[in-house]
Design a protein around this ligand. Structure first.
Ligand SMILES: Cc1cc2nc3c(=O)[nH]c(=O)nc-3n(C[C@H](O)[C@H](O)[C@H](O)COP(=O)(O)OP(=O)(O)OC[C@H]3O[C@@H](n4cnc5c(N)ncnc54)[C@H](O)[C@@H]3O)c2cc1C
Length: 414
């Protein structure tokens, strides 16, 4: 097969690698808008902090050469002509395909006045992150204003604070990472940020980026103005689907895919941050913008393009904050539980969110050693009612789960 993969992020490069492995004599063309080898955005902060490339270029900077993938960098897809099976690039060139993987990921979503002012920075891709970090390296940034208190805003605040920049983080919601952390767990993250010298302005609505001719601040809903050398939008992400405007590929927020990661057009699959896949728990379709989902989807989408007929088990939500100083893991959902069990002592915290006796969400801070056990119980949809409060006690562990699984079998055997 002649396969074309749009994107060399975690989903795209995984798809390209899978295509090469399963179809050694086929052609694989991969396209990206950026000048870098395939990289992991999740490793950018570490790269800028330490200068190390190993986790950034997680498949090796020479992955395309090594695997015989025809990699075209700085190539922007402008349209997909599904009738003729061709990808149209922005210089008018056409790239034919037998099978197409769309793994174009996501971009900054900043629905705020002034977001297009020159100088509004973001940390969504290596290209934009390089521009931002260039200003820090050149000593042009003593202060930074980060708008958006989600995962990327928090990660960037920590990075800049560690590089000696005076950081203010502004967020509309009253606690950080509100989509994944509950307020109690979030307070640990907030403490970690404060310990690193980050000023938190939470529960504060930013109305507009301001400055003439370039941005130099943010106007708040209460009329107040904050100013800084660096002004960064970390207000959310949106799937890269603009180039599908005239195509019959069905999109909503992202690209609609079925449980085979097929789009509405035969011969076209989608994976990663651009795809709206079903949640393993609720079946609800939305974009699950995390690295493990992108990789898993890249693999399944590519195999199915070659006719494998693999079902994608469903995306799941899982986040961990690496640079906070306090380990934090959040998985599943904190929405609509019918019971929440909590345990806290010193720096350690466990919260388990339950619906109908099964785990739907877990938040851990400090001692996160039990994350794997909770994850496995959650995925198995195990009925955990029999554990009662013991479920969140520090003594809860593998022994409980194993003896619980073994006991009924032993009783049956007797
Ligand atoms: C700062 C940061 C930290 C993160 N930390 C974590 C973390 O700790 N854990 C975690 O699980 N996830 C993390 N994530 C999220 C994770 O990085 C993403 O879920 C993952 O990168 C998605 O992979 P993807 O391949 O779908 O898309 P992307 O990585 O966004 O890659 C998209 C690719 O498509 C290309 N492309 C886009 N449009 C076009 C076009 N028109 N033509 C040609 N090519 C195009 C781009 O050039 C790029 O190669 C983080 C993200 C960021 C930004």
């Amino acid at each position: 097969m002649r396969a074309v993969v749009i994107g060399t992020g975690p989903a795209g490069i995984t798809a390209a690698e899978t295509l090469r492995q399963l179809d050694p004599t086929g052609t694989v063309v991969s396209l990206s808008t950026e000048p870098y080898p395939p990289y992991s955005p999740a490793a950018m902060a570490d790269h800028f902090l330490t200068g190390r490339d190993r986790t950034l270029y997680w498949k090796g900077a020479d992955v395309a050469d090594r695997l015989g993938i025809e990699e075209r960098r700085e190539t922007v897809v402008a349209a997909v002509d599904t009738d003729n099976r061709e990808v149209v690039v922005d210089d008018g060139g056409r790239i034919p395909y037998d099978g197409l993987v769309i793994a174009s990921g996501s971009r900054l979503h900043a629905p705020l006045e002034g977001a297009d002012l020159p100088g509004v920075l973001n940390f969504k891709s290596m290209r934009t992150a390089d521009e931002l970090m260039g200003r820090v390296r050149r000593g042009e940034a003593h202060s930074a204003l980060i708008v958006g208190n989600g995962f990327i805003g928090v990660e960037l605040s920590l990075l800049l604070a560690d590089l000696g920049v005076d950081v203010t983080l502004v967020g509309r919601r009253p606690w950080v990472m509100p989509r994944v952390l509950d307020p109690v767990t979030s307070s640990r993250a907030e403490q970690g940020l404060a310990d690193r010298g980050v000023t938190l302005r939470l529960g504060v609505q930013a109305d507009a980026f301001i400055g003439e001719p370039t941005v130099d601040g943010v106007r708040l809903a209460d009329g107040g103005v904050l100013r800084a050398d660096l002004v960064v939008a970390a207000t959310g992400v949106k799937p890269h689907i603009e180039f599908l405007g005239d195509s019959p590929v069905v999109t909503d927020w992202g690209i609609h895919v079925d449980d085979r990661l097929a789009t509405s057009v035969p011969g076209v699959v989608a994976a990663g941050d651009v795809a709206e896949a079903a949640d393993w728990l609720t079946g609800e379709r939305y974009v699950h913008a995390i690295f493990p989902n992108a990789v898993a989807q890249g693999r399944v989408a590519a195999a199915n393009l070659l006719g494998a007929d693999l079902a994608y088990e469903g995306a799941e939500a899982m986040n961990s904050l690496k640079h906070l100083g306090v380990p934090i893991v959040a998985m599943g959902t904190i929405d609509d539980p019918d019971e929440v069990l909590r345990w806290e002592s010193g720096g350690d915290l466990r919260a388990v969110y339950l619906r109908a006796g099964t785990i739907v969400g877990v938040q851990l801070a400090g001692d996160i050693a039990a994350a794997g056990i909770y994850h496995s119980l959650m995925l198995r949809r195990a009925d955990v009612r029999r554990f009662g409060r013991h479920l969140v006690e520090p003594s809860f562990g593998m022994a409980d789960v194993v003896s619980d699984a073994v006991a009924p079998r032993a009783a049956h055997a007797l």
